[in-house]
Design a protein around this ligand. Structure first.
Ligand code: ACM
Length: 446
């Protein structure tokens, strides 16, 4: 057993959902990622979520604590992160061109004391919390608080970024790559390590846009001084510095598969592969442990049917039946990947999940199918799962979970008039191929 994969903690007397979760689990990492940056959820709600995860045999909760839209983690050395980063004046309503702003302020943050309590609470239920601070992209909440860490000088950044982002999407703002910025990020991770005692720490690394780095003379000077070929290598340099700092503290990092662009920043990192199999295959061939979370199968913010009544339909269709059909290691998977996969993770991005009930709607009952696959391997035998489904839904009712009914959203679960951006599966697969092209052609020294 790898050091990072501590044996399942004794979960005590956790009541299990009536699902097929018996015997030895197939995967050591049975994870769920929750985005509390886009939508803050108070601690009692997180405890309830932890209870529900434990009942599904989930043993990892990745907490996405920071993003463009909010910073939720108290950092004593840098108080403005929560003073400024915890609050935005409004949130985007809907998705795409037709979206608007809701005009409703949103805020929240966790003290270190509260999070220590949550770590203990989860551990007592057999769940490890893996905290994530996302760098160098998804950084607008940082830059609203400390513009000196952005690209182009503090004054220019302060003009561009006046508060955490009220919009959703991928933004050009990124951290700069000065030594002072590395020192700042390392200091933040130092405090994170004091609160979260597990070996693994999330550093993000996803969707960092390179436009500002490309257009900034100072960044280009640093790139050349450091002997780096391009902005992808610069990203790897940055992530490598953070990973190295954490390694000196006895920690290992987990990052999204973009982490492998440019060059490998940390040989012992865990790669969370979300953009199809390409990052997973490369990570495995480079010797990384891999967590599979391909968006087409495990993104629980994606719409659950083609029905226009689905609330704010985004992403491709990911119906309960589709989750059940998830084959984490299809016949095309390499031997290296089979050896290196440590588990599966469902990711819950919360742009459009602004209440506990909307979170319930997105997560359940899809988590039931995912949990069985994480425990037994996949795909599920639908006829067999369908036999357990009525009992499982009755159990969700007993727990007060506002899940999505099998025949579609109830009236109060719909969001009439709020636009989404439904995606077509073939178009998304083509986009993923384009996005991961550089990983496919990456040289690997075996
Ligand atoms: C991600 O979905 N940006 C990891």
């Amino acid at each position: 057993m790898k050091p990072g994969m501590s044996r399942d903690m004794n979960p005590g007397a956790v009541e299990r959902a009536p699902l097929a979760l018996d015997g030895e689990p197939r995967f050591a990492w049975r994870g769920v990622m929750l985005d509390v940056a886009r939508r803050f959820r108070p601690i009692p709600e997180l405890e309830r979520f932890v209870d529900l995860l434990a009942a599904h045999g989930v043993n990892v909760l990745q907490l996405h604590l920071t993003d463009d839209q909010g910073w939720r983690f108290e950092v004593r050395a840098y108080p403005r992160l929560t003073e400024i980063g915890r609050h935005r004046s409004a949130s985007q309503l809907g998705h795409g061109q037709a979206s608007t702003l809701d005009g409703v302020p949103h805020e929240g943050w966790y003290t270190q004391h509260e999070l220590r309590g949550l770590v203990r609470y989860a551990a007592a239920r057999g769940i490890r919390i893996v905290p994530e601070i996302d760098v160098p992209g998804h950084a607008r909440a940082i830059l609203a608080a400390y513009p000196e860490y952005g690209v182009g000088g503090a004054a220019a950044v302060a003009e561009r970024v006046t508060e955490p982002w009220t919009r959703f999407g991928i933004d050009d703002e990124v951290l700069n790559v000065e030594e002072s910025t590395v020192a700042f990020v390392c200091a933040v991770f130092d405090e994170l390590c004091e609160v979260f005692d597990g070996e693994l720490v999330g550093i993000g690394g996803d969707e960092a846009q390179k436009t500002r780095w490309r257009g900034d003379p100072r960044t280009q000077q640093l790139l050349v001084e450091r002997g780096l070929a391009d902005e992808e290598e610069l990203q790897a340099w940055f992530l490598g510095r953070i990973a190295g700092h954490l390694a000196a503290r006895g920690r290992r990092v987990i990052g999204w598969d973009e982490m492998l662009e440019g060059r490998d920043p940390a040989p012992d990192a865990v790669v969370a592969s979300w953009r199809g199999p390409v990052g997973a295959e490369l990570g495995a061939r480079l010797g990384h442990e891999v967590v599979l979370c391909p968006d087409l199968w495990t993104y629980f913010d994606y719409r659950q049917s083609d029905d226009p009544a689905e609330p704010i339909p985004v992403g491709t269709v990911l119906a309960l039946e589709d989750v059940a059909a998830f084959d984490p290691l299809p016949a095309s998977s390499s031997t290296a990947l089979r050896k290196r996969v440590i588990g599966l993770q469902a990711n819950v991005w919360t742009e459009h999940l602004d209440t506990r009930d909307r979170l319930d709607y997105a997560v359940f009952p899809r988590l039931g199918a995912f949990a069985e696959i994480a425990w037994n391997g996949g795909p599920l035998d639908w006829a067999s799962f369908a036999e357990r489904l009525p009992g499982y839904l009755a159990w969700l009712d007993e727990q007060g979970v506002d899940y999505r009914p099998l025949d579609g959203p109830r009236a109060e679960q719909q969001r009439p008039g709020v636009p989404g951006v439904p995606r077509d599966r073939a178009a998304r697969i083509a986009e993923l191929e384009r996005l991961t092209a550089s990983l496919r052609s990456a040289p690997v020294v075996e």
